[in-house]
Write a protein that binds this ligand. Structure first.
Ligand code: NDP
Ligand code: MG
Length: 388
């Protein structure tokens, strides 16, 4: 790997951001940090900026600007605050930019980086689900490189035979089934936030952990794969694989299936994108298949996981539906984590918002943002009327 690759991390204080920093801090001579961003975690951001001697640290919430200035005073690190400063960080001159903001809040900085022709390590699936082909078109126009970080999409990226893309017959995403794969359904409907975020295999942020428990995460990932790999809906499948050892598979026309295996540690796919097109060492535990013993696979249960079925229908419908589904889900998950709605209500809220709100197809980023905000408003009104 070339000495001193310059890197920027959008969402540096989150789960993916911290895993990225862990890798970078282990080989500081290979990386120079250009910019780091967070939303409100001033302490975490300042700590990361000091540890990496970042050039630019940005806090998304403008009311925390003075706190960040104080926390970094005397370091010479440039500081910024607000949405425009996050976009500025995304546009800074870096060889590699990690998109690890959670939710559609990451859409504008991601689009800025793509329009700027950057090499983007891409974790922020909600942005791609909402903006879909607008985002892929922007990347194509500017010549930007999208490196998938999500473990399934990174696995597919590693298994794709770039020399014979037409030979791909089907893509199969694996899913652990989350914490409620075998929980009695009535118990699952009443699950608490603490139970829902306790993923059996992966350590992740709260929002994606809840999405894994409803399997909306796999639904978002179907749509993510649809766009990243230009794969029609009828050639995308999901299989439950509770051990999370096989991270996804590509089936070819001749019947060959290529899979990528590894430990359930996000540092593996992140390292793949960080060193790409080369490879780098990681401190991750090595996969010991004899110790794992067996690998199980089963079809997903749509009765247990209505969000997955909904997401498949939304992928097929296209138009504004993915942006509406994503926004309604973000609102419903936030309400569930705040204790306002029950676990079992999340998928119901998303389905009802999709029924009630039927706008025209988005043709610009402004349209996507308008649909996102209206879908959140409809979801909030619906949840208030349910709770009232
Ligand atoms: P976290 O919740 O752990 O971290 C989110 C990051 O985004 C934090 O740095 C947070 O800052 C920042 N952020 C939150 N809201 C805003 C906002 N409005 N504007 C700017 N920045 C904001 O999330 P994860 O790391 O778990 O996930 C990040 C993304 O990666 C998600 O899209 C997720 O789906 C995807 N992903 C995550 C995986 C994982 O293992 N965690 C695996 C595969 C994909 P602050 O800390 O200050 O709030
Ligand atoms: Mg994933």
């Amino acid at each position: 790997m070339k000495k001193s690759k310059t890197v920027t991390i959008l969402g540096a204080t989150g789960s993916v951001g911290q895993s990225t920093l862990d890798l970078i801090l282990r080989t500081p001579d290979k990386f120079a940090v250009e910019a780091l961003t967070a939303h409100s975690d001033v302490e975490g951001l300042a700590k990361a900026a000091r540890a990496t001697s970042a050039k630019f640290a940005v806090i998304g919430d403008p009311s925390r600007f003075d706190d960040l200035k104080d926390a970094l005073s005397g370091t010479g690190i440039e500081v910024g605050a607000g949405e425009d400063a996050v976009i500025e960080a995304a546009l800074r001159n870096a060889d590699w930019t990690m998109a690890a903001i959670v939710g559609c809040a990451g859409l504008m900085p991601v689009m800025a980086a793509l329009e700027g022709g950057k090499t983007l390590a891409f974790a922020n699936k909600e942005a791609l689900v909402s903006a879909g082909s607008l985002m892929i078109d922007a990347a194509t126009r500017s010549g930007a490189t999208l490196l998938p970080v999500d473990s399934e999409h990174n696995a597919i990226f590693q298994c794709l035979d770039q020399s014979a893309p037409k030979g791909v017959h089907r893509i199969v995403l694996t899913a652990s089934g989350g914490p409620f794969r075998t929980t009695p359904l009535e118990e699952m409907a009443r699950a608490t936030p603490a139970q829902a975020v306790a993923h059996p295999n992966w350590s992740m942020g709260a929002k994606i952990s809840v999405d894994s428990a409803t399997m909306m995460n796999k639904g978002l990932e179907l749509i993510e794969a649809h766009h990243l790999f230009a794969m029609p809906a009828d050639r995308l499948d999901v299989v439950i694989h509770p051990q999370s050892v096989v991270h996804s598979m590509v089936e070819y026309a001749d019947g060959s299936v290529l899979a990528q295996l590894g430990p359930a540690d996000m540092r593996v796919p992140i390292a793949h994108t960080l060193a790409w097109p080369e490879r780098m060492d990681t401190p991750c535990e090595r996969l010991d298949l004899a110790a794992v013993g067996r690998l199980d696979f089963m079809a997903p249960d749509y009765l247990r996981f209505p969000a997955l079925k909904l997401a498949r229908e939304v992928m097929i419908a296209g138009g504004p539906a993915p942006a509406i589904m994503n926004a309604a889900n973000e609102a419903a998950v936030a309400a569930f984590l705040a204790g306002t709605i029950a676990f079992g209500d999340i998928a119901t809220v998303v389905a009802r918002v999709l029924d009630r709100y039927v706008p025209a197809d988005p043709i610009s980023l402004a349209d996507v943002l308008a649909i996102d905000s209206e879908a959140r408003r409809v979801a909030s009104a619906l949840m208030e009327s349910v709770v009232a």
